[in-house]
Design a protein around this ligand. Structure first.
Ligand SMILES: C[S@@+](CC[C@H](N)C(=O)[O-])C[C@H]1O[C@@H](n2cnc3c(N)ncnc32)[C@H](O)[C@@H]1O
Length: 369
């Protein structure tokens, strides 16, 4: 089993951090404080294309005064009232226009760096028969808690980066992406709007040069990028529906969602993780990203104890959960990579109509054995 890679981290400056006084008692800050941003290896032009994707998908919303709506959404999120925060179409669009673009760029950096572990490229070498080639050509990603569209923008951008790399170096071509987003809120329109804008060329000025017009192309061709959306609660969805979402998935993502699931119910989340494991084939990858220092409270023998999110996750995925009765049982997951704290910082050259933020994340990549 390959050893988990720990990112080398060396001291962050200019990071907006809460002072120890403001910080909730439960939140323990990881030791890691600074990281050199490797994400900047993605050309700013490609990053700008992704911001443009959100600007074009939510153009009317961004052209109107979006601030009052954002204040209302923020208020509900602050109160942890997710039902209201994600309860109206206006709120969903405003949320996706404001919070998903920077997340999309942050996740793109992460996925771009792990692309070799993810097997996203199809060998250009011949050899496989036609049926096998069709199977190899398609790559299914289940984005759990992924309705808000950050993951959709990331995957559109990833497809573009892979196809640019293919064109430049004649290496393998990107596989067609089949994205299944699952969320408890009604994000179907947001997913559709983003998909439509990923698969059509962005608007270009009628005064643009012929060369610019000729080079204008979508992030991905419609045949190479398909999405579906299911409104399911991951903690209570029936096993058949969950299995159908996960069947043949190459990658499952849980981005800023797992800690929300743990906060709702640790035992239901553990059951969900076990059901997810049962539905995935060996080789499938699981990527979990969340805020660093996320804790959940477990009550044991009447006493409350705080457990870090990643501890609970490792406990369910990697530990022998048979209580020692079946020591010969093989583990079902191996950890491929982990990082307790990583910053994503926006490039100063990028433009967007409203303010976006840098983000900090912990990440964990597992492979189903
Ligand atoms: C903080 S948002 C993160 C959104 C997106 N993944 C991202 O990274 O920007 C958490 C998402 O998880 C969804 N969610 C929370 N609990 C859920 C559940 N039990 N089942 C399905 N989705 C859930 C919310 O509706 C919301 O879209």
């Amino acid at each position: 089993m390959p050893a988990p890679q720990k990112s080398r981290v060396i001291g962050i400056k200019n990071a907006k951090q809460k002072s120890a006084k403001q910080r909730p008692a439960k939140e323990q800050q990881p030791k890691i404080i600074e990281e050199k941003s490797l994400e900047t290896r993605i050309p700013p032009e490609t990053q700008q294309l992704i911001l443009n994707l959100y600007r074009n998908s939510f153009a009317e919303r961004l052209d109107s005064d979006i601030q009052p709506l954002l204040q209302e959404v923020k208020g509900h999120l602050f109160d942890r009232n997710f039902k209201d925060a994600f309860g109206k179409e206006d709120y969903l669009e405003a949320y996706a226009a404001r919070w998903s673009p920077s997340r999309a760029l942050g996740y793109l950096g992460v996925l771009w760096r792990m692309r070799e572990s993810l097997d996203l490229v199809q060998d250009s070498e011949g050899g496989a028969d036609e049926a096998e080639q069709d199977l190899q050509k398609s790559y299914k990603i289940a984005c759990l808690g992924g309705g808000a569209g950050a993951e959709i923008g990331t995957l559109g951008g990833l497809h573009r980066l892979l196809s640019d790399e293919h064109k430049e170096s004649r290496t393998g071509s990107p596989k067609d992406l089949e994205v299944v987003a699952v969320d408890s809120a009604a994000w179907g329109n947001v997913v559709n709007q983003l998909t439509q804008h990923i698969t059509t060329p962005p608007p270009v000025s009628k005064y643009a040069s012929a060369a610019v017009k000729a080079a204008n192309r979508p992030l991905a061709e419609p045949t190479a990028f398909k999405t579906t959306f299911h409104q399911y609660d991951l903690l209570t969805v029936d096993s058949e529906s969950l299995a159908a979402v996960l069947q043949d998935a190459n990658l499952v993502t849980l981005m800023f969602t797992l800690n929300e699931l743990y906060s709702a119910s640790i035992s239901l989340t553990q059951q969900f993780l076990i059901r997810m494991t049962e539905s995935l084939a060996p080789g499938a990858m699981l990527l979990v990203i969340d805020s660093p220092g996320s804790y959940s409270t477990v009550t044991l023998n009447g006493a409350d104890k705080n457990y870090p999110m990643q501890w609970l996750l490792d406990h369910t995925l990697l530990a022998d959960t048979s209580g020692g009765k079946a020591k010969e049982e093989e583990p079902l997951w191996e950890k491929v990579q982990e990082d307790d704290s990583r910053w994503f910082r926006l490039d100063d050259r990028l433009e967007y109509p409203i303010e976006l933020e840098n983000m900090r994340m912990q990440l964990h990549l597992y492979r189903r054995i």
